[in-house]
Ligand binder design. Structure first.
Ligand SMILES: CC(=O)N[C@H]1[C@@H](OP(=O)(O)OP(=O)(O)OC[C@H]2O[C@@H](n3ccc(=O)[nH]c3=O)[C@H](O)[C@@H]2O)O[C@H](CO)[C@@H](O)[C@@H]1O[C@H](C)C(=O)N[C@@H](C)C(=O)N[C@H](CCC(=O)O)C(=O)O
Ligand SMILES: Nc1ncnc2c1ncn2[C@@H]1O[C@H](COP(=O)(O)OP(=O)(O)OP(=O)(O)O)[C@@H](O)[C@H]1O
Ligand SMILES: N[C@H](CCC[C@H](N)C(=O)O)C(=O)O
Ligand SMILES: [Mg+2]
Length: 489
């Protein structure tokens, strides 16, 4: 491939060398450079790719894409752009032959509900015969291939690479989670989404290496709607007006609001003995009764998100209802069958918003006792700890404070922060630093009618301590306790 072909859609200045050269690979990690590579210098959170300019030339790079000046031999082509992350996105799209043009692309953004909605969309579209790829927090699904995720939205090069693989695997469509960080860091640059969806927004991801403040967080989320053709929005969210600022897409809404294009009403929570679910009526652009075996009022929103999208594909109502009745998402209100006398579920709520909506909705099922077990991630927003502590203390009847992924922080220090929040609301609690011990305590002390929530780790099968990931799957921890049998049955 000629270098010019790769960068033709970029706004660039050729500082030295020629654009009429053959290149082999496009790379943004110096360790992957080969003879003939183009190296994109990214100024990251930890390292600066420009610092590797000399090394990559030694390793065979024939061209560099930069945003700062670099000192390399004259025969190396240097292309300067304003933003190398955007440069990487646009050149990656070209490198993989602009696969987004061969797919219907759906991007879902919002603080919560992205993962759940993407699986619902994929389930409905696949059931109706539309082969659909998925990219998100848990994994990416490309035909039969499943790749575990490091980020909710991967780097732009990986996004384009997965799109290409999806096209090659016969996918007609892709549904992906678009995090605010991804929008901030141009991971989804270089193409226009066919559909952009906004689920909801609450303050989150504000801190070092994330967003500098709430306005920046909102602004980044709003960028999706300058980069999609059809926007679909939660009409009930108080931040909607700001999210719509500067939008260039067509607008359609869903929610409980009178003026929503797709409206929900008559919500009934269902408790079928061990299975918690929800039913509601949908009217407006779509008229149908919906029933799903996933608990929570937020399941109404997530399913409305999915149905609003799938409506555009002309999917039949029966297919929608059938696939929604089957869809389960790992670690999202995932009920583990242990005893008919109490309910235990694994969930991914790891901030105040999700914990609040989860516990609020579970309370509506009128459990005899709501028990909430959680910890908070180290090297993440400290505010989350106070807030989650307070939310659990307020809403749960009993809180078990334990560890999540301590990362490089002291587990006890994180727990102390959570306890500060718990004490603010005066709820009953216990602290058990080891998560396995805490889970054992929760089950062995379960009472009839309890709903026990293991919050925060969801699909994760590890615990990260001081830079190392140790295997830890809550399903296995629960099974270990069940094996010993010291609980009510
Ligand atoms: C702070 C942040 O967002 N970091 C992300 C970012 O890393 P970075 O580019 O800043 O990496 P860096 O280590 O500083 O390196 C800079 C450049 O130098 C290059 N380099 C580095 C070393 C070397 O020897 N040679 C070399 O060339 C790197 O390849 C890179 O191009 O780009 C990487 C690739 O896309 C991401 O994996 C990484 O996510 C980290 C792991 C992370 O924790 N991100 C979080 C904040 C995040 O993005 N979260 C969102 C939302 C999660 C949710 O759903 O709630 C997400 O989408 O995952
Ligand atoms: N629509 C919603 N509104 C509020 N809370 C929700 C909603 N959907 C799910 N939740 C709660 O948030 C948790 C995470 O949901 P989900 O994984 O679908 O969201 P997400 O946007 O992908 O989140 P993340 O950014 O953490 O990956 C769930 O386990 C549940 O407790
Ligand atoms: N992708 C998010 C999820 C964290 C989930 C929770 N288990 C934690 O470790 O805080 C993050 O890395 O911030
Ligand atoms: Mg997610």
């Amino acid at each position: 491939m000629k270098l010019l072909e790769l960068i033709k859609d970029l706004d660039f200045e050729c500082v030295q060398g020629s654009t009429d050269i053959d290149i082999t690979t496009l790379v943004y990690d110096s360790r992957k450079v080969e003879n003939g590579s183009v190296f994109v210098c990214i100024s990251g959170a930890v390292r600066d790719g420009h610092d590797f300019a000399k090394d990559v030339v030694k390793a065979g790079a024939k061209a560099l894409i930069v945003e700062k000046n670099v000192d390399v031999p004259d025969d190396v082509t240097v292309i300067k752009v304003a933003d190398t992350r955007l440069g990487l996105a646009v050149s990656s799209a070209a490198y993989f032959g602009n696969p987004a043009n061969e797919l219907t692309t759906i991007g879902i953004t919002g603080t919560k509900g992205k993962t759940t909605s993407t699986y619902m969309v994929r389930s409905i579209l696949e059931e109706s015969g539309i082969k659909t790829g998925l990219i998100g927090t848990i994994e990416s699904i490309i035909g039969d291939e499943v790749i575990p995720s490091a980020n909710t939205t991967p780097e732009s090069y990986v996004v384009q690479q997965y799109f290409r693989k999806m096209v090659d695997a016969g996918c007609k469509c892709v549904v992906m989670e678009v995090s605010s960080q991804a929008l901030m860091l141009n991971r989804v640059g270089g193409f226009v989404f066919d559909y952009g969806i906004f689920t909801n927004l609450e303050p989150d991801h504000i801190g070092p290496n994330e967003h500098k403040d709430l306005d920046d967080y909102i602004h980044c989320k709003s960028l999706l709607f300058r980069q999609c053709k059809q926007g679909i929005f939660n009409a009930d969210d108080s931040h909607l007006e700001k999210i719509l600022e500067g939008h260039t897409c067509k607008v359609e809404t869903y929610g409980f609001s009178e003026n929503a294009d797709i409206k929900a009403s008559d919500v009934h929570l269902m408790d079928k003995g061990g299975t918690l679910g929800v039913a509601y009526h949908m009217s407006g652009l779509m008229d149908m009764d919906v029933e799903i075996d996933i608990p929570g009022k937020f399941s109404v929103y997530n399913s409305m998100t999915a149905i609003s999208i799938c409506r555009h594909f002309g999917v039949k109502k029966e297919v929608i209802l059938d696939s929604l009745s089957k869809v389960r998402v790992k670690g999202r209100v995932e009920i583990i069958p242990v005893s008919p006398k109490f309910t235990i579920m694994i969930d991914y709520a790891h901030n105040a918003m999700s914990l609040n909506s989860l516990l609020t909705t579970l309370k509506e099922y009128s459990p005899k006792r709501l028990v909430c077990l959680f910890g908070c991630g180290g090297n993440r927003s400290r505010e989350r700890r106070f807030e989650m502590g307070e939310v659990s203390s307020k809403l749960a009847d009993f809180t078990i404070v334990t560890s999540d992924n301590p990362r490089n922080e002291e587990p006890q220090a994180i727990i102390d922060d959570i306890v500060t929040g718990v004490k603010k609301a005066d709820g009953k609690f216990i602290t058990i630093i080891d998560r396995a011990d805490a889970i054992r305590y929760a089950i062995e002390n379960a009472k009839e009618g309890d709903v026990i929530v293991l919050a925060g780790k969801g699909h994760e099968d590890y615990q990260e301590i001081k830079g190392k990931k140790y295997h830890m799957d809550e399903r296995e921890l629960v099974a270990d306790v069940v094996k010993d049998g010291n609980f009510i049955r």
